[in-house]
Design a binder for this molecule. Structure first.
Ligand SMILES: Nc1ncnc2c1ncn2[C@@H]1O[C@H](COP(=O)(O)OP(=O)(O)OP(=O)(O)O)[C@@H](O)[C@H]1O
Ligand SMILES: O=P(O)(O)OC[C@@]1(O)O[C@H](CO)[C@@H](O)[C@@H]1O
Length: 321
């Protein structure tokens, strides 16, 4: 299939990753290293898909004043630039990588404001770029000024264009896109456990609780529900099937964008109409492969394939509910 994948990022970011020996709130820190990379969820997904050899267009809303790192990434990886430019600067998000805690603290800034005219320009760009049958990702937070139903609106447009929509968002924009009853629900959503809890409006402490909420979404009409569980792997639910996948990560370098790499793996598998087990293997392999890289990058394809072969899969029967 040569139809390009389109990723839509309405609130991209330049990620500034600051590496510290140990993060101690209230103390002065001397950084060990600082890195910048063009980011935002859809940009990260496009970057991983390009590494995997998938033709991809990255679109959404981008500040014209500091677009250079994005343009450099697109040129380096052969990603087509479908971004609508707004005047002003794309936000910088701060990621504090704590070597002692082996985790990352995110400080995501609000970013540019957008208005109805900006969303309309994105809608027009989708009409220009999307071919029937294309996979389109809507990902990340919404910029200030856009209504919470913006993803619901884009998802309806994409359904009318004959696209398959994958949605990775959170909070009110995710809830609004999942509340529609007109048959324009996304084909796939990938909440993490916390995002699914927000949607469900209650804690989901055990795997059976997570599975029940994912099945609920699936029954409402979302074709494939994937719940990422950090180091615990991920859950994949579609129709009467539910599969749990796990793969330990060896010496993770950065957890920023692991979820995005997982989404890239999902899309890579959907493009080939893979069965659920293969979807699980490839998306977990993408995520774990990315953990070994700084920035939204994948290692060589053979390394990813070797990881995919090592993923442990468990079939969850309906009685596991
Ligand atoms: N520490 C880890 N060890 C092994 N695998 C991990 C680890 N962290 C993440 N992963 C893998 O990455 C996938 C996505 O991670 P996670 O659930 O943290 O997504 P997320 O919250 O959307 O992340 P992000 O904020 O980076 O987008 C997990 O399902 C898992 O396969
Ligand atoms: O503020 P949002 O849009 O929810 O998330 C933005 C962000 O944290 O997501 C990516 C990691 O998934 C980063 O590149 C980026 O900084």
């Amino acid at each position: 299939m040569t139809t390009p994948v389109l990723t839509v990022t309405l609130n991209p970011a330049i990620d500034q990753t600051i590496t510290l020996d140990a993060l101690r709130p209230g103390h002065v820190h001397r950084a060990k290293a600082v890195r910048h990379n063009a980011g935002g969820k859809g940009v990260n997904v496009a970057s991983c898909l390009a590494d995997w050899g998938v033709p991809v267009i990255a679109g959404g809303l981008l500040g014209a004043a500091n677009a250079a790192p994005f343009e450099a990434l697109f040129a380096a990886k052969g990603i087509a630039d479908g971004f609508v430019r707004l005047s002003g600067e794309t936000r910088t998000n701060i990621k504090i990588a704590d070597l002692a805690g082996a985790d990352t603290t995110d400080i995501n800034l609000p970013g540019l404001s957008a208005d109805a005219a900006a969303l309309e320009r994105v809608r027009q760009s989708l009409r220009d770029l999307v071919e029937p049958g294309a996979l389109v990702l809507l990902a990340g937070s919404l910029p200030d000024g856009l209504p919470a139903d913006s993803y619901a609106t884009l998802s309806a447009d994409l359904a009318a264009l004959g696209a398959r929509t994958v949605l990775d968002s959170s909070g009110a924009p995710l809830a609004a896109a999942l509340a529609v009853t007109d048959g324009t629900l996304p084909y796939c959503v990938k909440p993490n456990r916390h995002e699914l809890e927000d949607w469900a409006g209650k804690p989901l402490p055990g795997l059976p609780d997570v599975l029940a909420a994912a099945r609920d979404l699936n029954r409402r009409g979302v074709g494939v529900v994937v719940v990422s569980l950090g180091a615990e792997g991920a859950l994949f639910v579609s129709g009467d099937r539910a599969v749990r996948g796990r793969l330990p990560a060896v010496n993770p370098l950065s957890t920023v964008g692991a979820g995005d790499a997982m989404v890239a793996g999902l899309i890579a598998a959907f493009r080939r109409d893979c069965p659920l087990e293969e979807v699980a293997r490839l998306s977990i392999a993408f995520a774990v492969a990315k953990l070994g890289q700084f920035g939204p990058n994948l290692p060589e394809a053979d390394t990813v394939r070797a990881l995919a072969a090592q993923v442990t899969l468990t079939d969850l029967a309906p009685t596991d509910l």
